[in-house]
Design a protein around this ligand. Structure first.
Ligand code: MN
Length: 259
């Protein structure tokens, strides 16, 4: 049986991860290695300045005092009996769509797997959805990936709608309209504090996007590529080095005397 690595950012006790482990047990030897507590919106953080400890909770179930990316690092680089053939992160409680994927611990776990050369999938479920159903979708996608593999540096970001899915759509990331403002308030002692990310999200044109698919009741599968280089901008910036090189310093010029 191939070794699979399962993780999440909602913590090792989350029901989405439990459902995922049950669904993927048919595909391989599913090992759960997940943060001991919730790490949502932790992004791609790694723990480099303190030791990581792993607590065994079951035969193939472990809690780590770190982030989702830490868990993937451990799992891929030697903690498991074999190198996993697939990393699956989720099922996250709440969707991970569009520009927001950069904050997501779930998507970052799949990024980490991809960077380490293991095909990786992130799976998230819209608020109010059914984890068992989403885990079945995850199994279908995972089975396909096990057969076909994924292009180099590419992961799949899967989002499942709350109701029974009408089908699957392959999508691009949607883009947020950043019209929110910060919320400034005073506490009872008269000190000022701030809230960010507190407004309603609005999105640009939904056609073809992950957000659009979910909105219409479809499962969204978005391939994400981890070469963040903007290859078109490379050409546009080609003459920058010549313009940015600091002029060699000559002897200090005497300032003209003030009048
Ligand atoms: Mn989460």
């Amino acid at each position: 049986m191939p070794v699979l690595l399962l993780t999440n950012d909602d913590g090792v006790h989350a029901s989405g991860l439990q459902a995922l482990a049950e669904a993927l047990a048919e595909l391989g030897e599913a090992h759960v290695l997940a943060p001991e507590r919730e790490q949502s919106a932790c992004g791609h953080a790694l723990t480099l300045h303190r030791p990581l400890r792993v607590a065994r909770l079951g035969e193939r179930r472990f809690a780590v005092n770190g982030t989702p990316s830490d868990c993937v690092n451990l799992g891929v680089l030697g903690f498991l009996p074999e190198r996993p053939v697939l990393v699956v992160a989720g099922v996250n409680h709440g969707s991970n769509l569009g520009d927001d994927v950069t904050y997501s611990g779930t998507v970052s776990a799949a990024m980490e797997g991809t960077l380490l050369g293991v095909p990786s999938i992130a799976v998230s479920l819209a608020e109010g959805g059914d984890f068992a159903g989403a885990a079945r979708v995850a199994r279908q996608v995972a089975a396909r990936v096990l057969v076909e593999g994924l292009p180099r540096k590419t992961l799949l970001n899967v989002n499942v709608p709350a109701g029974t899915p009408r089908g699957i759509r392959v999508t691009r990331l949607g883009h947020r309209v950043y019209s929110e403002k910060i919320v400034e308030q005073s506490d009872p002692r008269g000190r000022t504090h701030y809230w960010i990310g507190a407004g309603e999200a609005t999105w640009e044109d939904l056609e073809g996007t992950d957000m659009g698919a979910l909105h219409e009741g479809y499962v969204s599968v978005t391939p994400l590529h981890l070469d963040l280089t903007d290859h078109r901008a490379l050409a546009r910036l080609a003459d920058w080095p010549a313009r940015l090189v600091p002029r060699p310093r000559g002897p200090a010029r005497a300032r003209p005397p003030r009048e």
